[in-house]
Design a protein around this ligand. Structure first.
Ligand SMILES: O=C[C@H](O)COP(=O)(O)O
Length: 271
């Protein structure tokens, strides 16, 4: 645990880059090496602000080799996992395989999995449980589409996803959880929810976790915002009381931009 410069965090901020279906295994190594050099030059303290990347599955072995070989402090994870551990599930990836590759995290329920691949809350609940079975920390993604937002039902909708996706999980698992609020209308569109929108939802999610599991668990869960995050808007979002990090898509492919997001505390100090 660390305390941030503005005194609001008692949780370690997490800056996560979701590379989506970008970067082959050769490009991935180059990107990660550049990120390491950039953050080393800036003397980034990884114990103060944690950094994680989510490359495509085919990159993970190369990422593991680089991270372990050069003792990098960047964490990494898969973009998805199967709810099953092994068997006749062609194309799927077991959490066991991710754990063997040294993954710390795994994304579960990204909106592109929910919408493009039709993943239901029932499936996502099974995936969250699978992640824990293999010692992976799930980064559970939740959030509303534009119609829900315009109807004013975004909080109710997102909390229903949280409840359904966590159903049956014991408190000792939930307290290591990361939840990313990603309004679908803000993903890859350039539309960013304002800091107040991010805070409204993160506060509502934390209150829901408190109601379900108690204040102590809720205090430990890290809540991220995702959706068109850039260096220019990250610091203001991260300055909100209940926002503990960001899940960055497009901007995580640009080393200088992503490194500036990682160094958000520097921007808070200088602005
Ligand atoms: O996982 C990341 C989110 O989908 C946000 O993507 P974006 O930063 O490109 O809008």
């Amino acid at each position: 645990m660390t305390t941030s410069t503005n005194g609001k965090f008692d949780r370690t901020p997490l800056i996560a880059g979701n590379w989506k279906m970008n970067m082959d295994h050769v490009q991935a190594i180059t990107l990660l090496q550049k990120l390491e050099w950039t953050l080393s030059d800036a003397r980034h303290d990884f114990s103060r602000v944690e950094v994680a990347v989510f490359p495509p599955f085919t990159d993970l072995r190369g990422v593991q080799t680089l991270v372990q070989g050069d003792d990098l402090k960047v964490a990494y994870g898969g973009q998805d996992l199967s709810q099953h551990d092994s068997g006749a599930y062609t194309g799927d990836i077991s959490g066991q395989f991710l754990a063997r590759l040294g993954c710390r995290y795994v994304l579960v329920g990204h909106s592109e999995r929910r919408t493009i691949h039709g993943e239901t809350d029932e499936v996502l609940n099974a995936k969250v449980q699978a992640a824990y079975r293999h010692g992976l920390v799930p980064v559970l993604c939740v959030g509303e589409g534009l119609e829900v937002r315009q109807a004013g039902n975004h909080v109710q909708h997102t909390l229903a996803q949280v409840r359904a996706d966590l159903e049956g999980l014991p408190a000792d698992q939930v307290d290591r959880l990361v939840i990313a609020y990603e309004p679908v209308w803000a993903i890859g569109t350039g539309e960013v929810a304002g800091p107040a929108d991010a805070q409204e939802m993160c506060a509502a999610i934390r209150a829901e976790i408190a109601a379900l599991y108690g204040d102590g668990v809720a205090a430990g869960v890290r809540l991220l915002y995702g959706g068109s995050v850039k260096a220019a808007n990250a610091a203001a979002i991260l300055n909100e009381r209940d926002v503990d990090g960001v899940l960055v898509g497009g901007a995580s492919l640009d080393v200088a931009e992503f490194a500036n997001i990682v160094r958000f505390e520097h921007h808070l100090l200088t602005n």
